[in-house]
Ligand binder design. Sequence first.
Ligand SMILES: *Cc1c(COP(=O)(O)O)cnc(C)c1O
Length: 366
Amino acid sequence: MARVHNFAAGPAALPLGVLEEVAAELVEYGDTGMSVLEMSHRSANYQEIYDHAEQSLRELLDIPSDYRVMFLQGGATLQFAAIPLNLMRTGRADYLVTGSFAKKAWAEATKYGQARVAATSEDTAFDRICDSATYQVDKSADYLHICENNTIYGTMYHELPDTGDVPLVSDMSSCFLARPADVSRYGVIYAGAQKNAGPAGVTIVIAREDLIGDSPALDICPTYMSWATQAGAGSMYNTPNTFGIYLCGKVFDWVAAQGGVAAMEERNRAKSDMLYDIIDASDLYQGVAQPGSRSICNVTFRCPTPELDAQFVASASEHGLVGVKGHRAAGGIRASLYNAVEPASAEALASFMRDFESQMGGSSRS
Ligand SMILES: *Cc1c(COP(=O)(O)O)cnc(C)c1O
């Protein structure tokens, strides 16, 4: 077996122990005589798997009892529409546009109501989180939407905006379980699983009960996308991604066994600091994100020319370091350091970065 150091942005690395456990029980789960892949979502055996996944997640994030948890399909992208459809009761919402996904979420919401860009960092190519002193949240908005970790640009909120009574809705796709979150400060948290929590094809939605209500804000909301319907049906209004949810449950257990989300944050900080230290001391690498907005999940930087970036990516791959090509919207280099990326992988990348720079004849400033 030759596993590479996987820095992909998503789908991304999964814990090896989880993969091995899944492999061991793939053909027969417990003494059920069948694979989880073959199991009815209405069976008692599967319900147990589902309940375990939800319970394990509730413990990890200490989710208050008045929040409902859903495991849906369609990615974070489908939630870009589900959010206004479920929440736009007065028809107005605010968005902080700090990257491509934040902008897509806003653009989708404009189809259903008045979605206002309260602030954007597009003028500086999304290199930062918007300074809260530069905008005001509409006190009568149905919600304020943020993208908490901007996967493509490598920026992250280090302080949540103060929204008063306006519910905060957070796209946590790329920082879900990467650090602790005080769930009670949010109205809705949602995340595609494929970055940090499991395989592609599962989207986790955590929503406060009173915001879900008895029915979605807009009558045109497709039944599948109604949180009232899905929460009421325990995410089983229709067939859920049964295998994906099972795998998420395994990843949640793994995070708990590592010491929980606080331990994950410490680990992610140590990994990202390793790379940021090199960038800050380098004459070759230039960080993309402004230092105050740097992400602990996605580290972005570039060489002086796109040709050198390409050379870096190709050479890294030859050294077993894969998935470091920047997103096409941002270019450059991006190392995603999600929970399952081992510190040894970050060390291998750090050492490659140093070697690559000295080969280029660069001198470190440190
Ligand atoms: C990956 C990502 C998305 C898109 O997720 P899909 O599951 O492909 O819909 C949205 N937001 C953020 C922050 C992401 O990282």
